[in-house]
Design a protein around this ligand. Structure first.
Ligand SMILES: CC(=O)SCCNC(=O)CCNC(=O)[C@H](O)C(C)(C)COP(=O)(O)OP(=O)(O)OC[C@H]1O[C@@H](n2cnc3c(N)ncnc32)[C@H](O)[C@@H]1OP(=O)(O)O
Ligand SMILES: O=C([O-])CC(=O)C(=O)O
Length: 375
């Protein structure tokens, strides 16, 4: 269990709900490790596929294993025709997280996981296909274009940006996306992962577990916070306006998205990494205003409330600098957290008991049914 923050009360906070060998969160108030490796070390030295391999299989791959894994994923990018047809029927007004949820569920109809022996292949297929899935829908519904998802992209990071923008991304953008996917990959018993594990505990199939997890991640208190943070900062003209806006919101007791965390007490270790990339992108773009606004928000929130940026806050400006539409922010989180979700499903299956907690009853005392004519 994570330690560091006072954890008690509603929302199952502080209650151990199972065991995991996948990650530790907030052990010393701020740390995050995947299978024993510090997330900052991984983000500085690895590609996302190495980290996905680590989370799913237990160890970092050697070069030959990584090459084979990337080649496998590359060969699994094509979208089935029936899935394309479903995506083409979803309107442009739909939320992309609903598109992800439907796309994942449809894939489960077309390529059903028939036995647990197929769990790794089912996961790899989703890892390979999700970036193309969301960007196929986005380009078709917004620009009337049927894109080619079998690109020459070398990695999942490159594949996402390539299928979105229709061209090979810059080295800088690919690097940022690699880091971002690594930072979001795994986080112990967060709401969406716990959803996946509850579903897995009934011995359900992988696509059902992931579809449920996508629904949980969608909310603004969880993954949806990166989009909500963007909507907040894009309404701020400059750092002074940012300060004024936040003070007003705090006075009205409004929640500021992208700040605070259920487990961390001092800081979110992912923030420093994505903040640094956001600054680099700002400088490369020759316009640091959005970054400067974000930095001021961070200072005001700490000064006023001792609330720190979580992983989502500086992702907003970083993604925006890369020309990613705001409503696609949370689907990127899906493309990454899929690794953690699937690994938790596998871990749950390996030592399963159906998850079925109890409730304190607070309803009516026992009573008898009164005939309908007498009510
Ligand atoms: C990838 C992720 O999913 S990271 C999380 C993304 N979510 C967000 O950024 C949404 C904004 N943040 C929040 O809503 C919360 O901080 C959560 C949901 C992340 C954690 O919730 P909790 O564990 O219940 O928060 P916590 O117990 O630390 O809250 C303590 C107090 O700070 C307040 N608080 C916490 N976060 C914020 C915030 N972002 N803005 C304003 N006040 C806040 C709470 O309302 C609470 O006040 P109260 O005691 O008067 O009721
Ligand atoms: O752990 C949590 O509560 C939220 C989460 O998934 C994350 O921060 O990545």
């Amino acid at each position: 269990m994570a330690a560091g923050k006072q954890l008690s009360g509603a929302g199952l906070r502080g209650q151990v709900a199972g065991k995991t060998a996948l990650s530790t969160v907030g052990k010393s108030g701020s740390g995050l490790t995947y299978r024993g490796y510090d997330v900052k070390d991984l983000a500085a030295n690895c590609q996302f596929e190495e980290v996905a391999y680590l989370i799913l299989k237990g160890e970092l791959p050697n070069q030959a294993e990584l090459d084979a894994y990337k080649a496998k994923l590359k060969s699994m990018r094509a979208l089935p025709q029936a899935l394309k047809e479903v995506l083409e029927r979803i309107p442009a007004s739909a939320h992309p997280m609903d598109v992800m949820r439907t796309g994942c569920s449809m894939l489960g109809n077309l390529e059903t996981e028939e036995s647990f022996g197929q769990q790794q292949d089912a996961t790899d297929r989703m890892l390979a296909l999700f970036p193309g899935l969301i960007n196929y829908w986005y380009n078709f519904s917004h620009n009337g274009k049927r894109i080619e998802v079998e690109t020459g992209a070398d990695s999942i990071a490159e594949q996402f940006l390539w299928t979105l923008h229709g061209e090979k991304p810059s080295e800088l953008h690919t690097q940022v996306m690699q880091a971002s996917l690594i930072l979001y990959a795994e986080h112990e018993f967060n709401a969406s992962t716990f959803t996946a594990r509850v579903c897995a505990s009934t011995l359900s199939d992988m696509h059902s577990c992931i579809t449920g997890a996508i629904g949980s991640l969608r909310g603004p208190l969880h993954g949806g916070a990166n989009e909500a943070a963007m909507e907040l900062i894009e309404g701020m003209n400059n750092p002074e306006h940012a300060e004024e806006t936040l003070l007003g919101m705090l006075a009205r007791k409004e929640k500021i998205m992208g700040f605070g965390h259920a487990i961390y007490s001092e800081s979110d270790p992912r923030n420093a990494v994505i903040k640094e990339w956001s600054e680099k992108l700002a400088k490369a773009n020759g316009d640091t205003n959005l970054y400067d606004i974000s930095v001021r928000c961070e200072a005001v929130m700490w000064r006023e409330k001792k609330l720190f940026c979580n992983a989502d806050f500086f992702h907003a400006s970083a993604y925006n600098y890369m020309g990613i539409p705001t409503k696609l922010f949370t689907p990127i989180f899906v493309c990454s957290r899929l690794t953690g979700w699937a690994a938790h499903v596998m871990e749950q299956r390996a030592d399963n008991r159906i998850i079925r907690p109890s409730a304190d009853y607070i309803g009516e005392a026992p009573r008898v049914v009164v005939a309908i004519a007498d009510r």
